[in-house]
Design a binder for this molecule. Structure first.
Ligand SMILES: *Cc1c(COP(=O)(O)O)cnc(C)c1O
Ligand SMILES: [Zn+2]
Length: 440
């Protein structure tokens, strides 16, 4: 195949490197790398031919092209051998019309993209399939990789552990002790990962893992490794595909390390540059008020990143004070006429609960996105008739403790009022008692 992708520096023409090189920063300027594609070669296929190809593969059996990521393989990593693809049939998640919730907040065309309905319960699977596949190919080509490591707020490690277990590769994950959900802790344990729970927060884990990654035989799986963003960017392509190749007016996404908003942007730009779409959506990044460095920078006109000390938040997967992909995220937000808004603990918990009452089962990060959505609608930044897609990033079942404590009204220490509490009524096994309760 004539299509090609390679690493290049995000700051300028400082060289080109193979995607199989063990390299995370530009040797010239220290900037992050990104994956570049030969767009001219990709343009040789017409927009409608790409749409037909992607539609023909979508959720079908021909392995690995039924995956939402690998169905777009030419746009992701064309040089990867199919034999090295490590896939769990990720992507292809439902995008549903949230009509009753939308009406209740003043929107007619609100859609939720359920990226958490994935193998490990979060959208991190989309990028991890790409990274672990490249590792498998590197090992097949003789690279002496012994372990793939990451620091994580819980979802990256669950995903890395699963994909490495599928491929038979050792994973090592560094987690902030006591700051992730029980499900997130047990996932990598079950998959045979070396799980190191450190007495620090995510930012502390990140510092140590970057040093660890300089040891020979160790490969870094954090999103500063831009291979992951190549998988995550397929969210944009898949949303447009699910809208029959139409572009929504807005996409709302929760942000922590900010790799995903950048990936979302690069997916839309690829669609745009290859002629599949003629407009770009606006993007809103939603942050927790207790971990809000991007929001603060936004209110100062993106002058610069000032890292923050984060505070405890229910949105633990986006509790990041010093986001690695800040620069890429700002570039994306400028290009997409984007905005950043924040949500308090009380706001995120109630937004999640209100939306749950219309049939969802939201995790706290999606709660942040929904609370921000409600604010942007109230501020008339988002108008009633506009089409909005909210990225739901994780499955609520991974965050049961949040849900249980909300409905016990046991989150007061975080300033949460629990306005939508619903509790079980405990009764003897007695018909009359049941009848009185149902009709009383
Ligand atoms: C990773 C993650 C995010 C944020 O993605 P970033 O790229 O770190 O900004 C949001 N929600 C959930 C559930 C996540 O796991
Ligand atoms: Zn550079």
């Amino acid at each position: 195949m004539q299509y090609q992708a390679w690493f290049r520096c995000t700051n300028g023409e400082h060289g080109q490197w193979s995607i199989e090189d063990v390299l995370y920063h530009c040797p010239t300027c220290g900037g992050l790398l990104e994956v570049a594609h030969d767009l001219n070669a990709l343009r040789a296929r017409s927009p409608s031919a790409w749409m037909r190809l992607f539609d023909d593969r979508y959720k079908r059996t021909a392995w690995p092209y039924g995956s939402g990521v690998w169905g777009k393989k030419e746009w992701v990593l064309p040089q990867l051998d199919d034999a090295n693809v490590v896939s769990l049939d990720e992507g292809g998640t439902n995008l549903f019309w949230a009509n009753r919730y939308g009406q209740s907040i003043g929107l007619e065309d609100l859609w939720i993209k359920m990226c958490g309905n994935s193998h490990t319960g979060s959208f991190k699977d989309l990028g991890m399939t790409v990274l672990v596949s490249v590792v498998k190919q590197m090992i097949a080509h003789g690279s002496p990789i012994q372990a793939v490591v990451c620091a994580s707020t819980g979802d990256t490690s669950a995903s890395l552990a699963a994909y490495c277990a599928v491929a038979g590769i050792q994973s090592v994950v560094l987690l902030p002790r006591g700051l992730i959900s029980t499900a997130q802790l047990v996932q990598p344990l079950a998959n045979g990962s070396r799980v190191l729970a450190l007495d620090t927060d995510f930012d502390g884990c990140m510092e140590i893992v970057q040093r660890l990654a300089r040891e020979p035989g160790v490969y870094l799986a954090n999103s500063m490794n831009s291979l992951r963003l190549e998988g995550q960017k397929t969210i944009a392509v898949e949303i447009v595909q699910q809208f029959d190749w139409e572009v929504p007016d807005w996409v709302v996404i929760p942000g922590g390390n900010l790799g995903n908003v950048s990936a979302l942007g690069s997916g839309f730009l690829m669609l745009y540059e290859l002629g599949l779409i003629r407009t770009l959506p606006r993007i809103a990044v939603a942050q927790a008020e207790r971990a809000n460095p991007l929001y603060l920078a936004f209110t100062r006109g993106f002058d610069r990143l000032e890292p923050v000390y984060t505070k405890q938040t229910l949105a633990s997967a986006i509790r990041i004070g010093n986001p690695v992909s800040y620069d890429r995220a700002v570039r994306t937000l400028v290009r997409f006429d984007g905005v950043v808004e924040q949500a308090t603990e009380d706001e995120l918990a109630d937004a999640a609960a209100r939306a749950d009452l219309t049939g969802m089962f939201n995790d706290p990060h999606t709660g942040v996105a929904l609370a921000v959505l409600e604010k942007l609608v109230r501020a008339r930044t988002i108008a009633r008739g506009q089409r909005v897609a909210v990225i739901s990033t994780a499955n609520g079942l991974k965050f049961i403790d949040f849900k249980v404590r909300y409905h016990q009204a046991a989150l007061a220490e975080l300033g949460i009022t629990s306005r939508e509490v619903n509790r079980p009524v405990e009764l003897p096994a007695d018909f009359d008692a049941v009848r009185r309760t149902v009709f009383g």
